[in-house]
Design a protein around this ligand. Structure first.
Ligand code: ZN
Length: 321
């Protein structure tokens, strides 16, 4: 059976503002109580169980707890998306990484009642130290690798819309991944580490061409032509099926929000669309996926890929310095 995993990085308004260098993120403005019920309703209507990667800082705030608890109560998998959501996580020392992951695990467990077994780095930030820390802390998988040839374009676009200083841009130079990430495998593989082996489930990009196929990218295409977004997604899933790739599809809260929901994030691609129009595109894309693939959580994807470890490629972590 063909299957596809679905995961949603629960990036909050403040996390986008922080990455973009916008003033006011320090008060941690949140849209979780509004968007989480909308997402849960959308998934429940389609009987989908997916993975949510949650930011520890959000879980630490009492105001976010009802929304986060509802995610776990609906049976979705809960993953760790770091505590402070800093896309320069790869610059942390091993001690800082250990503290960051532990703090997020504790806050997420307090809010949701479960301890995360999977991790995705903020802004796709990854380092050998992060992988070693995850392995030592007993994680089942990492899901940070994003083999996307358009990374530099996305980064340049974000920078062009921001007021970031040269120093802040340097700090964010690996945002959305590095050139090295673009050449990593699209299919699950294993990292060979000092502390053992760790399973990696990359965010799937079009096999061979490494062009994005996550929801935000498809919605952006849909802004210009819904037919083009549908055709490209069908084509991309067809290439996955033909190449034996079980795709892992990435979602974000902004995929379920329109311009009326968060004017502060109008700089983000697709956030100039009306909510209703965007949700109509998203619903079409989900129909296309559900017609071709069984949809599962990242944890289940990791379990199935890990059950056949002998067939997985094993890579040694090499990161640009
Ligand atoms: Zn994120």
């Amino acid at each position: 059976m063909r299957y596809a995993s679905l995961s949603l990085d629960l990036d909050n308004q403040w996390a986008y503002m922080k990455t973009h260098g916008d003033a006011g993120w320090q008060s941690h403005p949140s849209y979780l109580d509004e968007v989480v019920p909308r997402i849960l309703e959308f998934l429940a209507a389609r009987r989908l169980t997916i993975s949510f990667f949650i930011v520890g800082q959000d879980a630490a705030f009492e105001k976010n707890r009802p929304a986060l608890r509802a995610i776990a109560a609906a049976g979705h998998e809960i993953g760790n998306h770091s505590f402070r959501h800093e896309p320069w996580l790869h610059l942390y020392t091993p001690a800082e990484l250990d503290q960051e992951l532990r703090q997020a695990e504790d806050a997420i467990e307090q809010a949701c009642g479960v301890r995360p077994r999977g991790f995705r780095g903020p802004g796709f930030s990854l380092s050998e130290n992060t992988l070693e820390t995850l392995s030592r802390r007993g994680y089942d998988y990492d899901a940070t690798v994003f083999p996307n040839l358009l990374n530099p374009l996305a980064r340049a676009y974000l920078f062009s819309t921001s007021k970031l200083t040269a120093e802040e841009k340097e700090q964010r130079s690996a945002l959305f991944g590095t050139w090295k990430d673009a050449f990593r495998p699209v299919r699950p593989f294993q990292w060979r580490l000092r502390s053992g082996e760790l399973l990696e489930i990359p965010v799937t990009t079009l096999p061979g061409l490494k062009i994005p196929m996550h929801l935000s990218y498809l919605i952006y295409l849909g802004k210009f032509s819904r037919a083009a977004a549908r055709s490209y997604f069908r084509l991309a899933l067809g290439v996955c099926a033909a190449s034996g790739t079980q795709p892992s599809i990435l979602l974000h809260p902004l995929d379920f929000m329109g311009r009326e929901d968060c004017p502060a994030l109008a700089f983000f691609p697709g956030m100039d669309m009306a909510r209703e129009r965007k949700l109509a595109i998203v619903a079409e894309l989900f129909d296309i996926l559900a017609a071709r693939f069984e949809t599962i959580t990242m944890g289940e994807h990791a379990r199935r890929a890990g059950a056949d470890r002998g067939r997985l490629r094993t890579l040694t972590p090499v990161f640009p310095s």
